[in-house]
Ligand binder design. Sequence first.
Ligand code: GLN
Length: 445
Amino acid sequence: QALLARIDRLDGDLNSFISVTAEQALAAADRADAARAAGDAGPLTGVPLALKDIFCTEGVKTSAGSRMLDNFIAPYDATVVEKLRAAGTVSLGKTNMDEFAMGSSNENSFFGPVKNPWDRDAVPGGSSGGSAAAVAAGLVPAAMGTDTGGSIRQPAAFCGITGLKPTYGRVSRYGIIAYASSLDQAGPMARTAEDCARLLGAIAGHDLRDSTSVARGVPDYTEELDAPLAGLKIGLPREYFGEGLDPAVESAVREAIRVYESLGATVREVSLPHTHYAIPAYYVIAPAEASSNLSRYDGVRFGHRCDAPADLTDLYKRSRAEGFGEEVKRRILMGTHTLSEGFFDAYYKKAQQVRRLIRQDFLDAFDEVDVLMGPASPTPAFDLGARKDPVSMYLQDIYTIAINLAGIPGISVPAGFVGHRPVGLQILGTHFAEARLLNVAHQFQ
Ligand code: GLN
């Protein structure tokens, strides 16, 4: 009730929620109380949180930030939602996001931009901007996000919280509205690595309803949080400290790395030579998969339907023209183009080959070091409305998207400020190294 009142008081201005589900929340809180009274409580029983509006939630509007799904009440729960409910958490509602998770500033939402709680002239990052802002503003202690190319880590960095993108396949994608299926992954956003560890333990695991989820045991991610870091080998990718990096962000990140040295870690430079190709490869692969995934929104089965269509073609055309925003249309066009006959080999196939090289860069680096560290984003949060050109927005993703192409896990932890705007330190590990990343992040906090 206290948090619902706080949301009521502050979120008119921040706009971090699309839907607040007060009634369901209070009922879930009653169930948590009853579980506690029966001696049946786990570590997450009664913990309030929020869900990015991309997780299907039974009986609740699930819009993906789009006009297309403004009328969509999900008939079932995503696996992540089901697991969080089973763990006794209390969802207070659905958070704002860039439309279909396409964006780095939350300005592509049909429901309007979100303000950064640290500085209301700044964006909160995206696409999980609502989740990051809600946690940073103390509206909820934790929220769920998804990360296809940085959408958990970059908003976590911009809002001064901790956000973890797990290994591809660690968390089921069932019931998460698809953007780019070979890259999408859900993960926790919270104040601390410790909170993220508890939440990851609750949502991870194999799911028969997602064939890309991995059949591998889920460790207790809290167990190794306190392991000492003496002897930890940290690699600094040369390409993550080059041109385009704001010097103030660089000095905050280097200062954080000095803290690790004082904890007994050793630091050396490494190279990820194909970094330069990550943005072009991603912005071929992600729109291609998106154009395919978004073909289902045709005005027939669900979602927005135009008024009085003249015939079937008119129904498709106007429903899609009205339902999708500008950036989503741009991606559908790019993706359809790169998948079309005559272009497929030159773009999509080539991008997949480059993706393999990018993945190999990381595997080679992890032969030499335990973790990689660098900035989560080249700049702190920028001003609302400052990046009108889509390419300048895409360039924002330089330090985050290669991680999704490689399928490895990454975490962003708060590492100081530039003025009033937070800076995130990004820590990367090899596939399924989440426990290690959480341990390394926790030791800093
Ligand atoms: N900014 C990237 C994009 O627009 C990443 C988004 C994401 O991770 N969902 O595609």
